[in-house]
Ligand binder design. Structure first.
Ligand code: PMP
Ligand code: GLU
Length: 414
């Protein structure tokens, strides 16, 4: 009895699983939390941390949700989504993206975040390698780890607008490679892969399989599709020779300003869609019935609000870039989509303000939060230590004031 008592472990955090202990906290959400805490103390913080449209969800989408409530559309839905939404998505992907899909290829989830997690959990076995293009969106790496896969990072350079090349993909493939994943337009860099660049990458994957290698799946995250300043969004899943290997991920959060509604989706081979349906059926079931009705209105309705929002993001990109370019030591990229700018700020590493020393991008973000009251996210979390991510999904005045404050705070460093 007494020997048991000496070894007794009380309930507490030491009981947490290795799985959660080895998971990093989402740095985008973490910086947003820090900003909220300062704001709660009455400090005027400008939040350029979360990638979240500052626009309202368009009225016709809200009206569809109200109608769904009034009509009592409040029950569980099929796990993979209501039939009219799956059909609406399949029609859109055929019409706009050149994909060859039917409703049975579509699984609707609680945000594209869940879509990505479903796919990885369904495809990746322990030890499988997943090639992630860096800079990458914060959650990719942690999701691969949750699936017990091994993230293999390949990085694009500022000279190539942070885009990796087909040659880099080829060099990273091993017999253990199971998937590659990237976003285009990219979070955090705003880079957009062209038709030619994606075709080259697809050819590398195809050649690997044709030469007897295991199939490699391409997880193409297209959630910023509608925020693209190049004039063309290309879906790698439209390439006939590789389409069976492609999982196209998309959602409503960005293009329709619907972050809080939580609707995302995949389009994939039926056996992958069925697996995701099964996975989701044990974890969350179908996403919110009302949000699904709203999404039907979004995907079948007037795209004018989406186009207007994209035009505003372009104007803000220009504004942010032009102002940041005036700050000494900052090297900005040229985002062609999404609503982020991803400057290299490494010229400020090693500098100090009083006894606060800036060793890295995270230290710089904390300094800017406390000194300039501007909240942005460190590049480390995106696999790019020299950089910071600044969201431009904010009003022009806020962007101007934020960059002014950043410039002022950086000038104090020596
Ligand atoms: N992919 C990328 C690249 C993103 O930036 C986001 C935004 N958080 C998501 C997926 C997930 O979006 P959501 O879950 O809101 O659909
Ligand atoms: N996609 C957004 C971002 O990168 C939302 C936050 C998140 O889900 O991580 O900031």
């Amino acid at each position: 009895m007494s020997s048991l008592a000496t070894h007794q472990v009380h309930a507490g955090p030491q009981s947490l699983s290795d799985r959660i202990n080895s998971l990093a906290e989402s740095q985008t959400l973490e910086m947003a939390k820090k900003a909220r805490e300062l704001k709660a103390k009455g400090i005027d913080v400008i939040s350029l941390n979360l990638g979240e449209p500052d626009f309202q969800t368009p009225q016709h989408i809200k009206d569809a949700a109200k109608k769904a409530i009034d009509e009592g559309f409040t029950f569980y839905t099929p796990v993979a989504g209501i039939p009219d939404l799956r059909k609406g998505i399949a029609d859109k992907l055929n019409r706009e993206n050149g994909l060859d899909v039917k409703p049975e290829n579509i699984v609707v989830s609680t945000g594209a975040k869940q879509s990505l997690a479903n796919v990885l959990l369904c495809l990746v076995n322990p030890g499988d390698e997943v090639i992630i293009f860096a800079p990458f969106w914060v959650s990719y790496m942690e999701m691969v780890k949750l699936a017990e896969g091994t993230p293999v990072i390949i990085s694009g350079s500022l000279e190539n607008e942070y885009k990796v090349t087909a040659e880099q993909v080829r060099a990273a493939i091993t017999p253990k490679t199971k998937a590659i994943m990237f976003s285009s337009p990219c979070n955090p860099t705003g880079a957009v892969f062209s038709r030619e660049e994606l075709t080259e990458i697809a050819k590398v994957v195809k050649a690997h399989e044709d030469n007897g290698g295991n199939p490699i799946y391409i997880i193409a995250d297209e959630i910023y599709e509608y925020i693209n300043f190049t004039g063309e969004h290309f879906s790698i899943g439209s390439l006939d020779f590789i389409k069976d290997n492609v999982i196209t991920v998309n959602g409503f959060s960005k293009g329709f300003a619907m972050t809080g509604w939580r609707v995302g989706y995949i389009a994939a081979a039926k056996w992958i869609a069925d697996a995701c349906d099964k996975m989701q059926g044990q974890v969350t079931s179908g996403t919110c019935s009302i949000a699904q009705k709203a999404s039907v209105a979004a995907i079948t309705g007037d795209m004018t609000p989406t186009r207007e929002m994209a035009a505003a993001y372009l104007r803000r990109r220009d504004l942010a870039k032009q102002l940041l370019d005036q700050i000494p030591g900052i090297k900005t990229n040229n985002p062609e989509g999404a609503f982020y700018i991803f400057p290299d700020v490494s010229a400020y590493f090693g500098k100090s303000y009083g006894d606060y020393h800036i060793k890295n991008s995270y230290d710089l973000c904390i300094y800017l939060l406390n000194e300039a009251h501007v909240s942005i996210v460190d590049g480390d979390s995106f696999g790019a230590p020299p950089c910071v991510r600044i969201s431009t999904a904010a009003a022009d005045e806020q962007i101007k004031e934020a960059v002014r404050r950043i410039g002022e705070a950086l000038a104090k460093l020596s």
